[in-house]
Design a protein. Structure first.
Length: 319
């Protein structure tokens, strides 16, 4: 069978765990159910310096934003500005106020964003067994709105894989797994507790922005790679959410089979793990390397796009 055979994911994940029905037949937020008041308390308790870091990358930049192949960068347009008033297109408001106004057009999943649990599927079923046809014309099940209404709050751990491997960024197609995460955590003297939100830095987004890495037709990001053991580890640790500074949160192709974005199937679709992609982690990582504090409170909520497949997000990490 070729890597495009639709049966391959079913075969590869035949023995992998699923959380379907665990939180009832109508659940649309998946592993975020693990984030109870206790996990929020652990995040608050991790705050020591009371210093916030925002993790959203700029969008609609003059240089052009990195986007996954098949998408294009957001575009920014001024609707009203001083020049418009000078040209007579706009009039001051009663009392003399003038204003600027603009709009941005682009993919809901361009820039730093959160994926809905129904964003990707196979065998015509989304997260929790919802039919793939529920995506027709908009996400009527497992869209981004339930995640946006709930929010994502808990104790998070930054794992700086690039610095751990002595690099400014991981190279194209470079991979790691849960054992590497544990080794990195030990080196950083931070504990990956049950229900921790994982923040994985590869340095890739920074490299794309600086032009040290490129998006090409054969795009292949560094990142986590599939194994049954890794999926079981995510399930046993009850990981609710993970984010990276890559465009898709995992290595693009599974090295052994050539299948694409396998963890979107194994973790998002099957376990309900919420993916946040293209986070800006370089500034936070540099600060963590100085004070050796790699855990803190994570607070985020995507834009509540009606029936959307995902939403822009600007997470906040507080040390």
């Amino acid at each position: 069978m070729s890597p495009t055979d639709k049966r391959l994911l079913s075969q590869l994940l035949a023995d992998a765990p699923r959380n379907w029905g665990k939180w009832g037949p109508d659940d649309e937020v998946g592993a975020l159910n693990y984030l109870t008041g206790d996990e929020i308390g652990l995040g608050v308790a991790a705050i020591r310096r009371r210093r916030p870091f925002t993790l959203g990358a700029p969008v609609a930049t003059a240089a052009g934003d990195p986007v996954f192949p098949g998408r294009w960068a957001a575009r920014h347009y001024m609707v009203a500005d001083k020049a418009g008033f000078e040209a007579g297109h706009w009039r001051p408001l009663p009392g003399g106020l003038e204003f600027a106004d603009d709009y941005v057009s682009g993919f809901a999943q361009a820039g730093t964003h959160c994926d809905a649990l129904g964003h990707m599927w196979f065998d015509d079923m989304l997260w929790n067994g919802y039919p793939a046809a529920s995506t027709n014309g908009g996400m009527t099940k497992a869209g981004i709105e339930p995640i946006a209404r709930r929010g994502v709050v808990g104790r998070a751990v930054l794992l700086d894989l690039a610095r751990f491997r002595g690099k400014s960024f991981l190279r194209r197609a470079e991979t790691f797994d849960h054992r590497d995460l544990l080794e990195c955590a030990r080196a950083q003297a931070v504990e990956i507790k049950q229900r921790s939100i994982l923040m994985l830095r590869t340095g890739w987004l920074g490299a794309l922005i600086r032009g040290e890495a490129r998006i090409e037709d054969n795009y292949w990001e560094p990142g986590l790679t599939y194994s049954l053991e890794l999926v079981l580890w995510f399930a046993e640790r009850q990981i609710p959410c993970f984010l990276t500074d890559t465009l898709a949160n995992e290595t693009t192709f599974e090295p052994n089979s050539g299948l694409m974005l396998v963890l979107h199937a194994a973790l998002m679709r099957n376990l309900g793990v919420v993916f946040t992609e293209m986070a800006s982690l370089d500034e936070l990582a540099a600060d963590c390397a100085e004070d050796r504090q790699y855990d803190g409170l994570y607070v985020a909520s995507p834009v509540q796009v009606s029936r959307g497949t995902g939403g822009a997000i600007n997470p906040v990490f507080i040390k």
